[in-house]
Design a binder for this molecule. Sequence first.
Ligand SMILES: Cc1cc2nc3c(=O)[nH]c(=O)nc-3n(C[C@H](O)[C@H](O)[C@H](O)COP(=O)(O)OP(=O)(O)OC[C@H]3O[C@@H](n4cnc5c(N)ncnc54)[C@H](O)[C@@H]3O)c2cc1C
Length: 400
Amino acid sequence: MSKQLVAIIGGGPYGLSLASHLAARNVPHRIFGQPMAFWSQIARAGSRRYLKSYCFGTNISAPDPGSTFADYNEPRGLETFEPCSIANFAAYGLWFQERHVERIEPVDVANVSRRGEGYLLTLGNGEEVEASDVIVATGLANFARMPHALRALPGAAATHTAKVDSFAAFQGLEVAVVGSGQSALEAAALLHEAGASPRLLIRKPSTLWMTRGSRTPTLWQRIRWPVSALGGSPKAWALTQMPGAFHRLPACGRALFLKNFLPPEGAWWLRERVEAQVPVEHDTMIVEARESGNRVSLHLRQGDDGRERELLVDHVVAGTGYEVNVGRLPFLAPELRNAIARHGAAPRLDASFQSSAPGLRFAGPASSISFGPVFRFVAGADYTARTIAAALTRTAMAHA
Ligand SMILES: Cc1cc2nc3c(=O)[nH]c(=O)nc-3n(C[C@H](O)[C@H](O)[C@H](O)COP(=O)(O)OP(=O)(O)OC[C@H]3O[C@@H](n4cnc5c(N)ncnc54)[C@H](O)[C@@H]3O)c2cc1C
């Protein structure tokens, strides 16, 4: 295909950042998806939901100054450090979109396949679009990880936190919440506050909580625990300052690093909403789950001695995280999906986020195995948008 058109799939922080940088460089593009749909859905599902990241670490990227999350919050009298409300973040995204993304087409992409040297996209409304380049910026959609033991349960009995549309819908029910990270802990708090009776089942012997960072750190604190978008440690700081450096490490080292960095833990401000409110069973594994009438029977193995018992609940909520798996992206045509080279199940990306399929790029959490933990978070959007926009500007010059 001789004419350049970049198709961005997804209207979240990464998609919007990319569109704003491409527009500034006059690279022809279209962006598809409901703006900030993921964040609006999270905000709707429960009240009192906050970002785990700092305000300064949750900026959508524009080429010019003046559009950070704090720039949105400050004049409105909203929090500018932490914790920032998720509803405000969704509103910030829409404000950003109005300022920087002239046109976003609120339609899903149903299919992407190869067409000559480029791609053919079929939209949810049936329209077909030819693109020279495609950027997949669909976040964590499709990557929810459900533990083996729960997979046999029907959807009405077990829900991943990603799929909870309303915590209030569980009012009056006994709910087992599985997991020890922010999603599980937050789900337990929201269920309790909505009038349900949650019980946390945690495989680890204890729950980890983050400590509260100082708003006005001393010089020593800033040297010893430099605060960055990933938290307060020199390692986290280095990762955010040199996001491209991670890409140069050997693949096996990157995978190991990613696995061990940032263990599951809850935000400090969530602690009092969980402890003393929600019963927690540590050292607990679900061995088997089955329907029992209109309830769910969980066969648990607990403690050092591996004692076993049954727990009967009305529902199970799995806060068991996400796993990037390119094979689970339903809109990639099978022959295209199968042709993408991988690290494990994640796409293998070059320094410009390009996969082994020329012109097909991945942004956001799907790029974290190649670029590091920053890219699991909004904080990675700036580097991503600048790097991809620069690469596509070079391609635009070649097309001219
Ligand atoms: C409960 C929860 C809390 C989180 N809190 C934080 C936090 O505090 N700070 C942080 O930095 N990160 C947080 N994250 C991680 C967060 O998911 C990523 O940082 C962020 O979503 C990355 O932005 P994105 O643009 O890649 O994805 P998203 O914001 O998810 O945007 C992707 C968009 O693509 C759309 N889409 C999917 N498929 C298609 C399709 N076929 N066609 C068109 N559009 C499509 C989706 O609807 C979605 O709107 C949290 C995640 C979860 C689950």
